[in-house]
Design a protein around this ligand. Structure first.
Ligand code: IPM
Ligand code: MN
Length: 354
């Protein structure tokens, strides 16, 4: 642990800057208690800059960001920009350029938070999804033929590589080994239909499993996983899944853990010198922008993941405990405008509870 936590902050669009600044506030407060200072550099990247200058993500941005181990991201997505331009041009490009091959999404129902699942408690909903973050249909491989004509053909190819599969699954096994006493890892795919790509993944999974006799493994097809996640979320400890399925099932998981106000994720490059990026899962929420009503808990939870990844485990734990105290004993709801506190007050509350 260094005594200076250096990070980049991209507030981004909509409510992104509001939540990012609460995340930063909590990092600074926990640093004071744990004996480190926070050196944050803010980056002006997002829809507003794009509308002003036409720049989405420049080589200079990438070069500057590459000097940081950690990035805290607010949100990307602007109502005046065609959907996809910023998401692909900023968020996905950052994930790809920094080779953040792990997308770690903890799914934990905090005390006091409402879940739409009947009779399920924080004891039942506590698992993580490890989504592969650089391959699959996200690789951007494809094209058009005869575009705009009745004969149009479009392809969108899913890419799976042995190397990409192996590094993500190996990391998942390590994670399952260390996460809890259960040491249970479920691979989620679609081997009954994707008989090439998911065959490669399944074979790799079986092979690596041999090296981890202490980790219990299982395989679910993604459609069945959706059923079980709703019916028996307590079955899951660690889920490893592909990029597109991971995108879909983590939105469902986000809702069962109480919604976008609390769901956080990390885009991690675990290699030495890797640049990792932590973000709330919710979007830029244009209708709440500037009103001081959005819930910053997801971003604060992302900040805790950032701390853990940067080697400040005690500080990370302290932030998580404060979040649990806030949701369990103070906040009325996790929905924007209904928390019983404003955005900045939730940030202050977490700082007090640290
Ligand atoms: C997510 C988001 C992104 C994704 C979008 C905004 C490109 O939905 O982080 O889950 O599909 O990965
Ligand atoms: Mn998504």
């Amino acid at each position: 642990m260094s005594n200076v936590l250096k990070l980049a902050v991209i507030g981004g669009d909509g409510t992104g800057p509001e939540v990012a600044s609460e995340g930063l506030k909590v990092l600074k407060a926990v640093g004071k208690l744990e004996g480190f200072s926070v050196d944050a550099t803010e980056f002006d990247i997002g829809g507003n800059r794009y509308l002003k200058t036409g720049e989405i993500l420049t080589e200079k941005d990438i070069e500057q960001l590459s000097g940081f181990k950690s990035i805290l991201l607010g949100a990307i997505g602007h109502p005046d920009v065609t959907p996809g331009i910023l998401e692909k041009g900023i968020l996905l490009t950052l994930r790809f350029r920094f080779d953040q091959y792990i997308n770690l999404r903890p799914v934990k129902l905090f005390p006091g938070v409402e879940t739409p699942l009947k009779n399920k408690t924080p004891d039942d909903i506590d698992f993580v999804v490890i989504r592969e973050n650089t391959e699959d249909m996200y690789a951007g491989v494809g094209g058009f033929m005869h575009k705009g004509t009745p004969q149009e053909v479009a392809t969108q190819t899913a890419i799976y590589t042995r190397n990409g599969t192996e590094r993500w699954l190996r990391w998942s096994f390590e994670y399952a080994r260390n996460r809890s006493r259960r040491k249970h890892l479920t691979l989620v795919g679609k081997t009954n239909v994707l008989t090439y790509g998911h065959d490669l993944i399944y074979r790799t999974f079986k092979e690596i499993a041999q090296e981890y006799p202490d980790v219990e493994t299982d395989y679910n097809n993604v459609d069945a996983c959706c059923m079980w996640m709703v019916k028996n979320p307590e079955y899951y400890d660690v889920i490893a899944t592909t990029n597109m399925f991971g995108d879909i099932i983590t939105d469902m998981a986000g809702i069962i853990q109480g919604g976008m106000g609390v769901a956080a994720g990390g885009n991690i490059n675990p290699e030495p010198g890797g640049v990792s990026m932590f973000e709330p899962m919710g979007g830029s929420a244009p209708k709440y922008t500037g009103k001081n009503v959005i819930n910053p808990i997801a971003t604060i939870s992302a900040a805790a993941m950032l701390l853990e990844n940067a080697g400040y485990s005690k500080a990370a734990e302290r932030v998580m405990k404060a979040i649990i105290a806030a949701t369990g004993t103070k906040m009325k709801s996790q929905a924007a405008g209904k928390m019983g506190y404003s955005t900045t007050e939730v940030g202050d509350l977490i700082c007090e509870l640290l």
